[in-house]
Design a protein around this ligand. Structure first.
Ligand code: ZN
Length: 869
């Protein structure tokens, strides 16, 4: 097959043509939409006076007519290919171009451009979807002013929405109507949006800090209004927070959110008209988990915050994606911290980073937060660009301090409002505002891989000495030899006698460094407080040190870390015992039992936090740490360890579960989240104990559950315990919720992720035939296939290779209509470089079968990297 083209950052050049205004008319019919685009164009100042070809992007549409300055363009003045329209030899410096083309949203299954989701029509243009609507210079540094007129059948599509302010509308003959919108702000094409459909609308208003009244509207499927209050509330909280925290006010008179069921990602920040995956909009007590509620709040915040970080100041090119995404994730993390519990939020963010981003950065797809090349940009909406990108912003925040960071944000908008800029520009604003040189810090933008800090300590007299060495993995892209990272490294010195802790903020800037501290007695170092740098820290802790840290550390993140290290230590001992003796270790050491007991009994710990402290490391995390992981042994030992704890502390778990079951009003407060989380955690240990009391607690919990957090957790425990698909616990849930497709997603994903190894694959083959399984809707594909591959590790990695072949076949099928989802599903194979020879061979055969089938560019790029291992 012909190798797709690679695009390089170093080749960036400004566009020789710019687009001042674009007036779109979209005439929607049942079997096609007719798009008319009138553009006022100019040459870039460096190209004025030259005769140049004008290259417009355009894919998957039919050109109807073409006029240059009002006159039809003869055939020899342009060239048309499958992805370009080239106007030859343009000598004018200013001109208008009028293009008519046809598209067919009903047949668009890739969900890029203008497409159909259920009965509605909507768009997705980031990063390169606009070229599927009309011919355009589709790149983020070409910013134009948009006017959009939509025409459609009034009964079928009573709502016609686009960006900006509504200019007017009216009825037309034949039951049709029109609505026209104008966006006063210049924007790149990726922020364009358009929606046609029939909805229920939740309406509210927000009064800004300057007293302007903004209309807020949330559009949802008919019948779903009851699930919108949380989203509306989150939107108002976001608007207020951005005013208070960064002085940023909303800039249009209306803010619309539309929820759709078919969407490739979470949500999209189109100017004034966000389009959301319904999973991040709709939530009520009965059908949404606490995790869902927090997801809605976080994503509503995220998209709202993009209005300034992304829309008002946008990206020069797609290599700069982290400019808007890293910064906006940082902003949404801070928002959620302020709305809920900062300590718990930080813990969750770090867990996600370590579980997913560290894994990505250790695998074949590792890349810097600002990549230097790509084949398909859609493959770079990653944990690295987003979450590691946010950690890089957080490090700047730590290095220059909160006040300077705020000044830096002000400077950023002062210098770059209305422009398309680079990550360098952002760092520059921070440098100007803080007076600090960040040139070495910028190395984070170009180095891939998670650094490891090797830390050792010594004592000399009353000096405590830390030796710290930075180690980097072999980079997957070229990195300059002098790329040494600068990072803030917060540490605590915990005095073993007084239990007081002294904090220090260190700055690491050399590969090897030594730091000296005056101390009075013996101290235990607690390293990377608050996870100040996104690194792996290695320090030769004794278990006794960890127990000390787990019990007395002030920093919540480090306390959690200490607990995880203890579990890890215990797990490994059990694991090697099992491997050596062929049987499970029946004992628990008294040291570990005491530590665990102290944790349980400590009433000063916030309940959310406690439930996290009681979480054993995940099978995912454990297998990442091992070379050639033995997935079956990991699963068995993991289960066994939890079982031993469940049996040993059954009484406590029962009592606590009971105590937390007392009827109370449903609330969305950190306290209530904590109570439900801990209650679920108790139940997990009880059920894993496999005792009568444990199973009894499960039956009771399930029967009495009044909210989805508790209900779906019980369902998952039944599934994991090995009941048949026909078991009443599973069927009851199905019957109760079959009318609600968001809840059915949970049913499918729970079965995919928790079914025992022997039944998992045949069960999935059965589930994909279920009438409620929507086989072209990304949420459903993710719920079944990705949940299986990523979360049911021992079943997916069965060394007979059946599941690999199954997955490869499904990826080929999905790739035929939705390359973005297929390429993400290929992430199932991300562990390839860690596996034993047998599994690796099986995986390679499966992957090659995809490559032989002429995959999309998206899938090609990912799989070629896996196969290069
Ligand atoms: Zn974003």
């Amino acid at each position: 097959m012909q190798q797709p083209k690679t695009i390089y950052l170093k080749d960036y050049k400004p566009s020789p043509f710019t687009i001042d205004t674009i007036d779109l008319t979209v005439d929607i019919h049942a079997d096609h939409s007719l798009v008319t685009s009138v553009m006022r164009m100019e040459k870039h100042k460096d190209s004025v006076g030259q005769k140049l070809n004008l290259e417009l992007n355009g894919e998957g549409m039919e050109l109807v007519s073409l006029k240059f300055n009002g006159e039809a363009l003869p055939n020899d003045r342009f060239q048309l290919s499958s992805d370009k329209l080239v106007i030859l030899n343009v000598s004018h410096d200013e001109f208008t171009l009028e293009i008519q083309n046809k598209i067919n949203p009903a047949e668009n299954k890739a969900l890029e451009g203008f497409y159909q989701s259920g009965p509605q029509l909507c768009t997705q243009c980031e990063p390169e979807g606009f070229r599927r609507i009309t011919y355009f210079i589709d790149r983020p540094d070409v910013m134009a002013k948009y006017k959009t007129k939509m025409i459609a059948d009034k009964k079928q599509y009573p709502f016609l929405l686009s960006n900006g302010n509504r200019l007017g509308g009216g009825d037309l003959p034949g039951g049709r109507h029109w609505v026209e919108w104008q966006d006063p702000f210049r924007k790149p094409s990726y922020l364009f949006a358009m929606v046609a459909g029939d909805f229920d609308v939740a309406r509210d208003t927000f009064t800004t800090m300057k007293g302007r009244k903004i209309d807020l509207e949330i559009y949802v499927d008919k019948g779903n209004l009851g699930k919108t209050p949380h989203a509306m509330n989150s939107l108002k909280q976001s608007m207020k927070w951005d005013e208070e925290t960064f002085g940023l006010e909303y800039d249009l008179d209306i803010y619309m959110i539309v929820a759709v069921d078919s969407f490739n990602m979470g949500a999209m920040e189109n100017k004034g008209l966000n389009i959301f995956n319904s999973t991040y909009t709709l939530a009520d007590e009965k059908s949404a988990t606490d995790h869902d509620f927090q997801g809605v709040q976080g994503v509503i915040g995220h998209e709202y915050f993009h209005n300034w970080t992304g829309n008002r100041v946008t990206c020069r090119d797609w290599f700069q994606l982290t400019l808007k995404e890293g910064l906006t994730v940082f902003r949404d993390q801070e928002f959620s911290s302020d709305m809920l519990s900062r300590a718990v939020k930080r813990l969750e963010d770090v867990r996600l980073l370590k579980d997913s981003q560290f894994a990505e950065d250790a695998g074949p797809l590792s890349h810097p937060i600002r990549p230097s090349s790509y084949i398909e940009i859609n493959n770079f909406y990653t944990r690295t660009v987003y979450e590691k990108g946010a950690e890089v912003i957080r490090m700047i925040h730590t290095l220059i301090g909160k006040q300077n960071f705020r000044k830096g944000m002000d400077k950023y908008f002062e210098l770059f409002d209305g422009q398309a800029v680079t990550t360098e520009d952002f760092v520059h604003a921070m440098e100007v505002a803080s007076g600090r040189d960040l040139s070495q810090f910028k190395n984070w933008y170009s180095r891939p891989g998670t650094p490891t800090l090797k830390v050792t300590s010594r004592k000399e007299g009353n000096e405590f000495i830390l030796d710290i060495e930075q180690k980097y993995p072999v980079p997957t892209v070229k990195v300059e030899d002098n790329n040494v990272l600068l990072m803030p490294f917060k540490i605590g010195l915990l005095d073993k006698t007084t239990k007081t802790e002294e904090e220090h903020l260190l700055e690491l800037k050399n590969l090897k460094e030594t730091f000296r501290f005056k101390v009075n007695g013996d101290v235990t170092p607690s390293l990377n407080l608050g996870f100040s740098a996104p690194v792996i820290v290695e320090y030769p802790y004794e278990v006794a040190d960890l127990i000390e840290l787990m019990s007395f550390n002030k920093d919540p993140y480090c306390r959690y870390e200490a607990t995880q290290k203890i579990y890890d230590h215990v797990f490994k001992a059990e694991f090697y015992y099992y491997k050596a003796n062929g049987k499970l270790n029946p004992e628990l050491t008294s040291e570990f039992k005491n530590a665990f007991q102290n944790l349980l009994k400590d009433e000063s710990i916030d309940l959310s936090f406690k439930s996290y402290l009681l979480d054993l490391p995940t099978e995912n995390g454990l297998s990442q740490e091992m070379l050639q992981p033995d997935f079956d042994a990991i699963h068995t030992v993991h289960h066994h360890l939890r079982k031993k704890l469940g049996v040993e502390f059954q009484e406590w778990f029962l009592k606590e579960h009971d105590r937390l079951s007392k009827a109370s009003k449903f609330e969305l407060t950190p306290k209530a989240f904590g109570e439900r989380a801990l209650k679920n955690q108790c139940l997990t240990y009880l059920v894993t104990s496999e005792t009568k009391a444990g199973m009894g607690a499960l039956d009771k919990h399930y029967a009495n559950a009044t909210n989805m957090t508790e209900e779906v957790h019980a369902l998952q425990l039944y599934i994991a315990s090995g009941v048949e698909l026909e078991h009443e616990s599973i069927q009851k849930f199905y019957q109760k919720w079959k009318h609600d497709s968001l809840v059915m997603l949970k049913w499918f994903s729970s079965l995919a992720a928790f079914s025992p190894k022997k039944s998992a694959l045949p069960r999935i083959e059965k589930l994909e035939k279920n009438v409620l399984f929507q086989k072209q809707v990304p949420n459903y594909l993710r719920a079944l296939y990705l949940q299986f591959a990523k979360n049911n590790l021992h079943a997916f990695h069965d060394d007979n290779g059946d599941a690999y072949r199954f997955m490869a076949q499904r990826i080929r099928m999905i790739d035929g209509f939705n390359p973005q989802v297929a390429s993400r599903a290929a992430g199932a194979f991300s562990l390839i470089n860690k596996l034993d020879a047998k599994r690796q061979t099986e995986m390679k055969t499966a992957l090659k079968s995809i490559m032989d089938d002429k995959p999309s560019r998206d899938t090609y790029e990912v799989i070629s990297k896996y196969l290069a291992q």
